[in-house]
Design a protein around this ligand. Structure first.
Ligand code: DX5
Ligand code: ZN
Length: 223
């Protein structure tokens, strides 16, 4: 089980110190939410911030590009030292060239899917990706409520993984707290992106450990 705190919920006034705090709190990955004000109605931060915080942690940097034109950002993020880049399946024809571009930069590939998009859309790409990121809220903002209707998509992704003997991770992102992490783990999720759910707790370290424990206990090979 991978627990990936989202930097979006950290204190933006001290991102380097927050990176160190997340690292020392026992996180597995650090999730970086990149919003362009076009694909989603919000703007977060870009490659320069990733580059600035990179020296403060050896954690796996998981970048989530909620961007209409990720092609212009792939090289800058690769050079900033991130480990994985997630692009959205909603980009249609651009998905295949984007996957190849990420691979050519030597980075791991993630494919993200929004709540209204049918899970069938990701099927053609499953043998080309390292990670599938199932959005459990409509992207753009932290602190939103988990959308339960996304649970069958997790289950389907898990069934396909077994059937096709593939090894992609199944991530969930949005509204993940101790309860919803357990619900997702029960149907096959193994990677938990969480902002508010973790940062609202008094101790980040115990929150991460607790979420990992709950997810492991609820986890299934397939729900
Ligand atoms: C949503 C982002 C998420 C977000 C999760 O647009 O992709 O990664 O940071 O935040 P919470 O856990 O607060 O819903
Ligand atoms: Zn995200």
């Amino acid at each position: 089980m991978i627990i990936a705190p989202s930097l979006l919920a950290a204190n933006f006034g001290r991102l380097a110190a927050e990176t160190v705090r997340i690292d020392r709190a026992g996180a597995d990955w650090l999730h970086l939410d990149i919003m362009d004000g076009h694909f989603v109605p919000n703007i977060s931060f870009g490659p320069q911030v990733a580059r600035t915080i990179r020296p403060f942690s050896k954690l796996f940097f998981d970048t989530h590009l909620m961007c209409s034109r990720p092609e212009i950002l792939l090289k800058p993020f690769a050079e900033a030292g991130v480990d994985q880049m997630n692009i959205h399946v909603e980009l249609g024809d651009q998905v295949t060239p984007l996957i190849w571009k990420i691979k050519s930069l030597g980075k791991k590939v993630g494919l993200a899917i929004n709540p209204p998009t049918g899970i069938g859309m990701v099927k053609p790409y499953l043998d080309q990706i390292d990670s599938l990121l199932i959005m459990t809220v409509n992207p753009g903002f932290g602190g939103q409520e988990f959308i339960h209707e996304t649970l069958p998509k997790i289950q389907q992704a898990c069934a396909w993984r077994l059937e096709k003997k593939l090894g992609y991770r199944i991530g969930v992102d949005g509204g993940i707290n101790f309860n919803t992490a357990a619900e997702c783990a029960r149907v096959g999720a193994d990677t938990f992106i969480s902002g508010t759910g973790l940062f609202s707790q008094r101790s980040l370290r115990s929150a991460i450990a607790k979420m990992r424990k709950i997810a492991s206990a609820a986890g299934q090979k397939c729900g």
